[in-house]
Design a protein around this ligand. Structure first.
Ligand SMILES: CCCCCCCCCCCCC[C@@H](O)CC(=O)SCCNC(=O)CCNC(=O)[C@H](O)C(C)(C)COP(=O)(O)OP(=O)(O)OC[C@H]1O[C@@H](n2cnc3c(N)ncnc32)[C@H](O)[C@@H]1OP(=O)(O)O
Length: 357
């Protein structure tokens, strides 16, 4: 014998919710045909473990597609109304079937349901507005990063091309006047590079703050203190090697970032950005260390930046002591950044491989 389960119902403007009181329901069949719903399942209901069945003739047309979800305690059915609106009752007959009752857990009267719709609408509008704001911020950020990367790319390309052409034309002689011909452009690019520390610190890009600080402070120390403030260093060939090694990576790194701004990549460029630091970084650090070592006797002689001691002690502390400490810091910085770049490389090529699989 088939039995009828208890069915609770509630409505919204768009849909009907039915809750069928059946525990551990199995073999559930829910059919909607010509506005009538037929339910059949086995489960544990008011009359114990049995086959349960019911039929409902809806008051108004409904859509034929129906969704149902069973939990351990009940089966929840959602039927969509053909036309949005409020029904004065669920079924066509005026006397409701005995097994049907309002679902007070979900029950709303018409005005409450309208309020719910309004709230939903407001929530949707708020979400849309915040998405618009976010999109605005993203496009502003992308525009800013693109322009920044473009300026740096142009700056470092000018430096690299200029030095290469001069090397071809003037040969070894070009090594001695790098500072005079290139330093203004390098000052500009390296001052701008401070933006990279801010970008990392404020989360504009996903780079590490410490590696960015080491990179920018390290280079600017060499550029402004060792080269910029010591005239005797201006015509040393080491300036050529430092500037050339710095710009050799940047002519690949910045275009790589420019493409990244538009979620695009060119595989060769990605490979170059994440590979050529392997020889360049140690060589660049070595060239910087040579510059520091060459500047030590000059600082000793000129007493530039020396720290005066109280009169009772006499003399002053030469800046060269700071430079000795800096040489140690350089190798610590080199280690931190090599490790960081190695991790970035591994991450980049690992994710790429995974995506390809
Ligand atoms: C306070 C104490 C200071 C003490 C100082 C001590 C001195 C230490 C001296 C150390 C020696 C320095 C030697 C050095 O000067 C020598 C040379 O430079 S030689 C030349 C070779 N050099 C290089 O190869 C280094 C080049 N520089 C860098 O790679 C970066 O500056 C570095 C911070 C080291 C690493 O970059 P980052 O952490 O940003 O890694 P990614 O490039 O992989 O970027 C991560 C993600 O962020 C996105 N991103 C980053 N920047 C931008 C941007 N401008 N525009 C758009 N997108 C950007 C990037 O796309 C990555 O995104 P995703 O993760 O989605 O792929």
């Amino acid at each position: 014998m088939t039995l009828t389960p208890l069915v609770y119902w509630a409505q919204r403007h768009e849909e009907i919710f039915l809750r069928v009181e059946l525990t551990d329901a199995q073999n559930i069949v829910v059919d909607v045909h010509e506005n009538s719903l037929h339910f059949r399942a086995q489960g544990h209901g008011a009359k114990g473990q049995n086959e349960y069945d019911f039929r409902l003739e809806f008051l108004l047309p409904v859509k034929p597609e129906v969704t149902h979800k069973s939990t351990q305690r009940q089966v929840n059915i959602t039927v969509r109304k053909e036309q949005s609106g409020w029904w004065e009752r669920l079924v066509i007959q005026e006397r409701k079937p005995a097994f049907l009752a309002p679902d007070f857990d979900r029950w709303l009267d018409e005005s409450d349901a309208e309020m719910e719709i309004r709230e939903k609408e407001e929530r949707r509008n708020r979400l849309k507005a915040s998405r618009h704001k976010e999109e605005g911020f993203v496009s502003l950020k992308t525009g800013f990063l693109f322009v920044y990367n473009l300026v740096q790319f142009l700056g470092f390309s000018w430096i690299f091309v200029n030095m290469t052409v001069r090397l071809f034309i003037f040969g070894q002689d070009s090594l001695y006047d790098t500072f005079h011909t290139i330093s203004d452009a390098m000052f500009l690019c390296q001052v701008l590079a401070a933006v990279e520390v801010l970008n990392a610190a404020f989360g504009v890009v996903r780079s590490g703050v410490v590696p960015a600080v080491i990179q920018v402070v390290g280079r600017n120390f060499i550029l402004f203190i060792i080269f910029g403030s010591v005239e005797e260093m201006h015509n040393k060939p080491v300036v050529f090697f430092v500037f050339y090694l710095w710009s050799a990576i940047e002519i690949f790194r910045y275009p790589f970032y420019m493409l990244a701004c538009f979620n695009t990549e060119w595989k060769t460029l990605t490979w170059l950005r994440y590979t050529i630091w392997i020889p360049l970084y140690p060589l660049g650090t070595l060239a910087e260390a040579v510059a520091v070592i060459q500047s030590i006797p000059i600082f000793d002689e000129t007493k530039l930046f020396s720290i005066p001691l109280p009169k009772a002690i006499g003399t002053s502390v030469s800046f060269s002591y700071i430079l000795h400490i800096y040489l140690l810091l350089m190798f610590l910085g080199l280690f931190i950044n090599l490790r960081h770049l190695y991790k970035q490389r591994k991450k980049r090529f690992r994710t790429k491989k995974r995506k390809a699989n």
